[in-house]
Structures are given as C-alpha cells and as structure tokens.
Design a protein around this ligand. Sequence first.
Ligand code: LRH
Ligand code: MN
Ligand code: MN
Length: 388
Amino acid sequence: MTDLTAIAPLLDQQAIELPSWAFGNSGTRFKVFAQPGVPRDPFEKIADAAQVHRVTGLAPTVALHIPWDKVDDYAELHRHAEDHGVALGTINSNTFQDDDYKLGSVTHSDPRIRQKAIDHHYECIDIMGETGSRDLKIWLADGTNYPGQDDIRARQDRLADSLAKIYDRIGPEQRLVLEYKFFEPAFYHTDVPDWGTAYAQVAALGERAVVCLDTGHHAPGTNIEFIVMQLLRLGKLGSFDFNSRFYADDDLIVGAADPFQLFRILYEVVRGGGYGADSGVAFMLDQCHNIEDKIPGQIRSVLNVQEMTARALLVDGEALAAAQAAGDVLAANGILMDAFYTDVRPGLAAYRESRGLPADPMAAYAASGYGSSIAASRVGGAQAGWGA
Ligand code: LRH
Ligand code: MN
Ligand code: MN
C-alpha cells in the first residue's frame, strides 16, 4: 500500500463544490428519466448534497443556479444548509431560458434586453449577500447561428460594457467568474467561446474577475492542462467546473471518460500553485446524472477528483525537474507516469479512517438507507432545470 501520510495535510485541504442541479432529474433532449426520491425543492437538494459531504468529507459547499433554486428566504436556505453541515457556494446566473434572450442577453443589440440581463445579475449579487457566497459565475448562451446574423465585434463591445456594469456591483470580498464554452446552444459563433476571450474580458474588469474552466467546454483534442497552466500563470484561473466528455458537453462523471486527462490537469494545478485552501482556485462539479443514481454519482465524482489529486501530489517534483534539466525525455515522462499508475485507493481508505470517515464512502452511503428513505417520502421530484 502506498503510504499517503506525507500528503495527508494537503488532502485535508480538498474541497469540491457540488452543483444543486446534479440532484434533480435530468436527461437529454430526447428523454428525461425520472428517478424516485428526487428533490422537490432547493432545500431537499441541499439535504442530498449534505449526504455526499457526510460520507466523504470532501464537499462542504453547494452551488445554486438562479432561478432554478429561487426561494423566498435565502437566509433560511443558508441556515438549512448549516443545519445539514454544509454551506451555500457559488451563485450561477441564468440568461438562457427566457424568450427575450433568443438573440442574446448581455450582448443583445436592444438596450432594454441588455439591461434585463444585467438586472438579473444584480439580483444574483443581492442573493450572494444573503447566502454568504463569494463567487458569481456567469456562463452565457449568447452567440449566433449564421454568418452575418449580427456584428460579432459590436457584440464583444456590448459584452465588455455589460460585464463592467455587473462587476461594479461585486463586493470587495466577492468575485465575478466568467465561464467559456466553444459552442452550444449557438452553433456559428459564441460570444465567450474560449479561454482567451474570457481572459481578455476579465482582465479588462479588474482583480476580482477571473475565469472558470469547465472541462467539458473544449473541442476534442484540446490540451486542457496547457490552458490550466496559462491561466494560473496569468493569475486568472478562478474555478473549475469538472465533468467528463466523450463528444460535446456531456456532463458525465469527472474522471470517467479520461482519468489520465484529469491527472494531467490536476498535476498542472498543483504545479502552478492552484491547489489548496488559499490558492483562489475553486473546485466545482458541473454534472448531470441522467441514468445513474444521483447521490452515489456525486460521491463517485468527488472520490475520482480526490484519487487523481493524490496521484498528482505524489509526483516526485525534484526528480522530474532533474530529468527535465538533463533533457532525459523518457525519464521525465516515466516519473509522471509512475505517479499516475500508483494505486492510491488503499492509502486513501486508510487516510479516511484516520479522519473518522468511512473507508468506503460508496458502501457507507448504500448502507445508510438514505436512498430508500427519500424514495419513500418524496413524491413528484423536480427536474434539474432544463425544460422545467
Ligand atoms: C453550460 C454550463 C454552465 C451552466 C451549467 C448548467 O453548459 O456548463 O456552467 O451554468 O452548464
Ligand atoms: Mn459549467
Ligand atoms: Mn456545460
């Protein structure tokens, strides 16, 4: 068994935020498969998220999506989260489900619609005050479907202007986090398609504006760890939305499609100073569980991140630097691969037990009976948000 004692203090610092929408029913545009026991409101989503934290110790916060998680009293939701041993995290805005935004939201040519989208973000910032959230995360569906449909340069200018208005409202301890995605729902061009555009936009805003990297938002073959390195180097990597993809924005369990890619990303995070409580880089999941059980799906996800983090922390940095300096290509590659191929699972089981956590969180959850109790007590669970 690989002894993880040396990296245990670093493992203690791991925190992975869960998305409230992972607990609701979701699917594809073909079919949403309803599951028994699914939460009927944000309070129940938080209760479910708390189960993930209870058995893993890895997921102390839950991200909300507005308006999917709209409630009358956010202070009450905040207390409810605390009662369940978790806290409320990132507030995600939503300007992609309103007819007014068919041709754009903060980039729209009509000032009335732009102002409506800006006002929605002001509402999100007000909510952040009540929930104690640090981050406002903005992902925009804005884009066009046909060449010539709109002036893509004017849209970029309107985007900058709208973001500046939103940023002006962000509190001194809060951050604006801009997420990019290369396509979908727009197919010809997207207004924030890549890290370069996101970087240019947040750099113009100021220090408290940073970039969110969603691992599913890149073209096939993209070297995501290179982007991680570059954003860390520029001091602008604010957060991750972790998930896996085979084809497009699949939102599958992180580390399921390509565990090696997750390792490479986490190695660059660690190497670039993006790991740990004070790094300023927030880890979040952005996933949906269409066919598998949702709570165990989230447990498996945070464990996958923990396993790959442990492997990334095991890379022998000194030996690697020496091999690189010597130009020893095969030795350098071998050092990285040694860490990747290390089976950290028994070591992590021992680590968890040393922290008073179950050695096998999946088994502990299954044995808890929580899944059958919610299936029996909740009727009419809500959809995650899409199509709701
Ligand atoms: C967009 C996205 C973004 C949204 C979430 C629901 O594809 O990744 O983060 O807020 O999905
Ligand atoms: Mn995302
Ligand atoms: Mn996405």
